[in-house]
Design a binder for this molecule. Structure first.
Ligand SMILES: [Zn+2]
Length: 161
């Protein structure tokens, strides 16, 4: 029996390993994703503009990139992603949609260059948020003090009865 078995030519049946299948699927998905991404990016109007952004320092390059791709904290974008009810500027009373054009015209900003105005607007918007937060905080503290006073008055009133 062993002699008979030894005469049979053995074929190596090697299945594809789990690692190879995983690697192959990963490459296929990455290729499909990359193709879809390139298709979507080719339709964006800012694709060519961001390629032309020079290698500036971060403080200057970040506003340029954010304003190019319109991924800033302007009222227009915040309205587009449903955070603000209107696209108008939060800093001035011009009632104009906040975008790159308005950044140069906003009456609440005093710096000269677009980059400096971008950072100034961003700082002022954060200060406005902080002011609202502090106002809300002090209002809550005032309400708490009033409740404590009312409770104390009620207790002292009951003691006298
Ligand atoms: Zn403004």
């Amino acid at each position: 029996m062993a002699k008979k078995g030894a005469k049979i030519t053995q074929t190596h049946i090697r299945g594809t390993s789990y690692h190879s299948i995983k690697l192959h699927l990963k490459q296929v998905f990455q290729s499909v994703y990359r193709h879809e991404l390139e298709t979507k990016l080719s339709q964006k109007p800012w694709k060519q503009k961001i390629a032309n952004i020079p290698d500036w320092p971060r403080r200057k390059a970040v506003p340029e990139l954010r304003l190019c791709v319109r991924h800033d904290r302007s009222g227009t974008r915040l309205h587009r992603i449903a955070i603000r009810p209107d696209p108008y500027c939060m800093l001035c009373s011009l009632r104009k949609p906040t975008d790159r054009n308005h950044l140069g015209q906003c009456t609440a900003l005093f710096n000269r260059t677009e980059c400096e105005r971008y950072w100034e607007a961003r700082t002022k918007m954060m200060e406005n948020k902080l002011t609202l937060f502090l106002l809300y905080y002090y209002l809550l503290r005032l309400l708490l003090i009033i409740r404590i006073l009312i409770f104390t008055l009620n207790v002292s009133f009951l003691v006298y009865l």
